[in-house]
Design a protein around this ligand. Sequence first.
Ligand code: HEC
Length: 441
Amino acid sequence: MASRLYDWLDSRLKLKPIERTLLDEPIPGGASWVYVFGSVTLFLFVLQAVTGMFLAVYYAPTPDHAYDSVRFIETQVAFGGFVRGLHHWGASGMVVAIGLHMLQVFLYGAYKPPRELMWMVGVVLFLLVMAFAFTGYLLPWDQTAYWATQVGINMVGTVPLVGEFLVRVLRGGETLGALTLSRFFAIHVLFLPALTVACIALHLFILRRVGPAGPWSEDRAALGSETFYPRQVYMDAVAMLGVFLMIAALALTVPFPLTDKANPSDTSFVPVPEWYFLFYYELLKYVHGPLEPVATWILPTLFVLVLLLWPFIDRNPARHPSSRPVAIGTGAVFLVVVFSLLGISLKNLYAVPRVDPAIAHGKEIYAKYGCSGCHRIHGEGGAVGPDLSYVGDLRPEREWHLRHFRDPQSVSPGSIMPKFPLTEQELNDLTSYMLSLKRQT
Ligand code: HEC
């Protein structure tokens, strides 16, 4: 039945030659699991495109509605949370897959002549993935999205001469707002996908013209080649299925809740970027003053240029890693630096904050005496007295608090705040807690 249908189609569309070019591509040295990363990356791109289309059905790219539309997808739409999860973890998966793909190509010296152009188009694809990540991050329009994008745009602003122009192009206006959001949305769902599809086509076209590089050892390559179908197709398919199952499992089990809706006036919010930008976030912490441009644009620009032109920088014709100490060493140093920074950053983020016992005790006293009946801290509590969210900044002196707690009216005549029967210890600890209520810096 299937073969009759195939014959019918073949007699009209002449499928045989296409089938041959698609499936009979010879792979020097034979099929291998190390070649699956390119296909996996392509698969994830398709997954992102499909889940993105479904998200776009409900998503509204305006500051008034973006946040609520994402919340609606998450809580009301059938499978909405799952599809958003797939899109979120798919993005992470894409960064990992393209990273591994590039690592494999680097290790195998597969960028060497005649495959320089394929490498360069690949680097452009990597940059496109980063652009997808950056523009997609803003779309939920929550606090993290808003302030992380603000940081990114400010970095672009430090580029000399063209910085201000680039910022205006990215932001669309004087501040991060409605124009920025619709701009990022258009870039994310129209410009970048179109560019990416074109670059993938070019990447694969070049691959078909020059053929796969195969193993680094001449001896293994000399063993003969094997066609793409069936073994490599099978390995690619298994890898894709495995990756899909992993991403689906993450989407079902690991939530990534929205933070509060973006509030442009709350400049105290400290955003944390996605894990794949964390190493960079860590690097930015170490540079200040005159060194700042090094991290904000000099290093990234140099990195992109070196990556793009790498096949011309590394002129060593050998492909075996043991004959390429400089190239392999450079790559290794780069990875060690990136992963060390990532490690430090993760450690700082997830370190159990060591709470001062005095502050913890002060917090208990605050709860015990029902201070929240009159005071609000980060949105919680009554509004009879002043908001205490940042009282440590407003009233930084310990003495003031001690005097105020002992006798509120002596400090604020006519105050309705009651005098509490506090021991000396309690007085001190409650004050320590008050002083700890500060904006993060
Ligand atoms: C009956 C309501 C009420 C309760 C209960 C109350 N306060 Fe107050 N609090 C006030 C009012 C009103 C003020 C403003 C006048 C003043 O400074 O005394 C104030 C001021 C303060 C201030 C100074 C804030 C500023 O910005 O000047 C601090 C600190 C404070 N309260 C802490 C506490 C703590 C801690 C508790 C619980 C042990 C508490 N309050 C219980 C009503 C209350």
